[in-house]
Design a protein around this ligand. Structure first.
Ligand SMILES: NC(=O)c1ccc[n+]([C@@H]2O[C@H](COP(=O)([O-])OP(=O)(O)OC[C@H]3O[C@@H](n4cnc5c(N)ncnc54)[C@H](OP(=O)(O)O)[C@@H]3O)[C@@H](O)[C@H]2O)c1
Length: 295
């Protein structure tokens, strides 16, 4: 049995469909009634629970389970902080996995995870990695770069801006480099881990085959959508001021100061990392967009 957390998210949704296509039996941890209904309709066994509430996890795992722990957040909201979800939530799930002695535990971290990072997202991902790899269980960790594909929130937000705005707004110079990876390639990598878990007992960076500046990401996406527009760079200082100003008000602002910091920092690794560890060449950003973007 494959046990999945985060099955209702972008990555989890694609994973569920892929594994069902392969004929695998799935059990998913979900929080909402709506998710129970939609996954049950697909033939998935569903468990109602929350990784931050250890009492909801009691007894849900079995020795034959292969755990795929994807649940995570990109923006903190109320009590759902990076610490409570990534660190405490992962710790709760690992404790339960240890009690049941699951056969394998996979954790989805993030490229750039680092206990010394100034970004709490990356710091807490590194802390969660330690909890997983120090558990004594058989484990695999992925550190993916930005994952793109149908329904990914990042591309959807940018595509919306490109559709609605007369200019393309870029915070700062847009010079930080990224290495987007296509969801189909991420799926190919995890397929290999599921088929041969004992062959992948380490931490793997998962990233596309090229470095692309944030400015280029926006330009390539707008070109792929057939909507080339003038680029307008907003000085980073001004963006941060706006975030600080709106942050003090009871209104929501589309980006956080931490996200702005992440947009200013390179998030890259070896360009051949997937080829070296998984034996295939992932597709380039523009080719991935051609595969899934609707104009
Ligand atoms: N997408 C990327 O580019 C990317 C890149 C690197 C790493 N990652 C990591 O990959 C994982 C999946 O990303 P994603 O893009 O698929 O995220 P997503 O679309 O935001 O989905 C997050 C998932 O986590 C679940 N979740 C959140 N809090 C939970 C809790 N307390 N208990 C149980 N489930 C909870 C959500 O369930 P609800 O539906 O109930 O909210 C949802 O299923 C995350 O850990 C993320 O940090 C993503």
């Amino acid at each position: 049995m494959i046990f999945i957390t985060g099955a209702t998210g972008f990555v989890g949704g694609h994973l569920v469909d892929r594994l069902l296509d392969k004929g695998l039996k799935l059990k998913c941890l979900v929080r909402s009634e709506r998710a129970v209904d939609s996954l049950t309709a697909k033939g998935v066994e569903v468990v109602r629970g929350d990784i931050t509430l250890p009492e909801t996890l009691e007894g849900i795992l079995h020795p034959d389970d292969f755990v795929i722990h994807l649940a995570g957040i990109i923006i903190e909201k109320g009590s759902a902080t990076f610490g409570s979800i990534h660190v405490d939530g992962t710790s709760n799930l690992v404790n339960e996995a240890k009690k049941s002695g699951v056969r394998h535990f996979f954790y989805q971290s993030a490229l750039g995870a680092d206990k010394n990072s100034r970004a709490t997202y990356l710091k807490t991902k590194a802390e969660a990695e330690d909890i997983v790899t120090g558990s004594g269980l058989e484990t695999t960790v992925f550190r993916p770069s930005l994952i793109i594909g149908p329904w990914d929130g990042f591309t959807a937000k940018l595509a919306n801006m490109i559709k609605l705005s007369p200019v393309l707004t870029i915070p700062g110079e847009g010079k930080a480099r990224f290495q987007p990876v296509y969801i189909k390639d991420w799926l190919k990598c995890i397929d290999k881990v599921i088929d041969n878990p004992g062959g992948y007992l380490a931490t793997y960076e998962i990233a596309g085959p090229e470095y692309i500046e944030f400015r280029e990401i926006i330009e390539i996406l707008s070109r792929s959508m057939g909507r080339v527009k003038p680029v307008f760079k907003v000085p980073m200082g001004l963006m941060k001021l706006a975030v600080g100003f709106f942050g003090a008000l009871p209104v929501s602002f589309p980006v956080t100061s931490e996200q702005l910091e992440l947009l200013e920092t390179d998030n890259i690794c070896d360009m051949d990392v997937v080829k070296k560890n998984f034996g295939f060449s992932p597709v380039k950003y523009e080719d991935a967009l051609k595969d899934f973007i609707s104009l």
